[in-house]
Design a protein around this ligand. Structure first.
Ligand code: DHB
Ligand code: FE
Length: 280
């Protein structure tokens, strides 16, 4: 059977990709951020997951304001990246996974989660920056990726509670798949940030640390928040916490926190990194 062996949360901001493109990792600004990643890379290289399910939000590359699925999943054999206008180099094609992704998609629709199924989709920085961070030098080709995309750009957006339930349904679907695969989950984005308007640059460190603690030990408490709460407390783009909540919903067994880092600001954002091991 497929097994979820762990999960990683990480920031996905475009400036991280640009810093890697320009080899700025050891400059004073970036060092406290990048120095937190080697233990996570080492864990991934040791555990060698067959599949990574990535919960992320598409910022307009594939789904713009005219067509916005609330939830979408990719079932393609390959995903292409493209220029989003942020100045990051585009990355080589990402390998997809066609059997487990179809199993998840089918299971969700049969169990009242009407997710949009994408047999072709371009993947944006929400997915590509975390891949580049975990496997520098674009060394991710051997990992099969299943993109799960959650709307947090355009009103109306799914609530934190609903995103958590999506994760629970995806967790059940993964663990009912009859191939022996090791699966790791990524939840990308967050934590507090606001990119526009009067509060542009707003960051709430206390809230970010509280979110990191509760994601590990009491995620149900975070599901009581509304998206309005998240925007007020964590900035307009603080709703990206929903990606972390969906990821966390899929972890129904015992989890052990192996590693964490919090650094702010990186660009306009509080950057939280967590590595969680999962077993039943
Ligand atoms: C930034 C943060 C994001 O989540 C994003 O998608 C783009 C940019 C930033 O802080 O620069
Ligand atoms: Fe984002």
């Amino acid at each position: 059977m497929a097994k979820i062996i762990g999960a990683v949360t990480t920031s996905h901001i475009p400036a991280i990709g640009m810093a890697m493109d320009n080899k700025l990792e050891q400059t004073p600004y970036w060092k406290p951020f990048f120095d937190a990643y080697p233990p996570v890379r080492a864990w991934l290289n040791e555990k060698k997951p067959d599949v990574v399910v990535i919960f992320y939000n598409d910022h307009g590359l594939e789904f713009f304001l005219d067509r916005k699925p609330t939830f979408a999943i990719g079932t393609a054999a390959q995903y292409l990246n493209a220029d989003e206008g942020w100045g990051i180099n585009t990355i080589p094609p990402v390998t997809g996974e066609t059997e487990l992704s179809w199993h998840i998609a089918t299971d969700l629709v049969e169990n009242e989660f009407d997710i949009t199924i994408c047999q072709e989709m371009r993947v944006d920085h929400g997915l590509t920056v975390p891949l580049s961070l975990m496997w520098p030098g674009h060394a991710y080709g051997h990992v099969k990726v299943i993109p799960v995309c959650i709307n947090c750009e355009r009103y109306p957006m799914p609530t934190p509670a609903r995103c958590f339930k999506l994760g629970q349904a995806i967790g059940r679907a993964i663990e009912s798949f009859d191939q022996d695969l090791n699966v790791v989950l990524f939840g990308t984005g967050g934590l507090s940030h606001q990119l526009d308007g009067e509060r542009a640059g707003f960051i709430n460190r206390e809230f970010d640390i509280d979110c990191m603690n509760k994601i590990v030990t009491a995620p149900e408490e975070l599901t009581k928040l509304s998206n309005y709460d998240l925007m007020e407390i964590g900035g307009a783009q603080g709703v990206e916490l929903n990606m972390w909540l969906a990821m966390r919903g899929a972890l129904t067994g015992n989890i052990t926190e192996l590693h964490r880092n919090y650094h702010a600001p990186i660009s306009n954002t509080g950057a939280g990194l967590l590595l969680l091991e999962h077993e039943h």
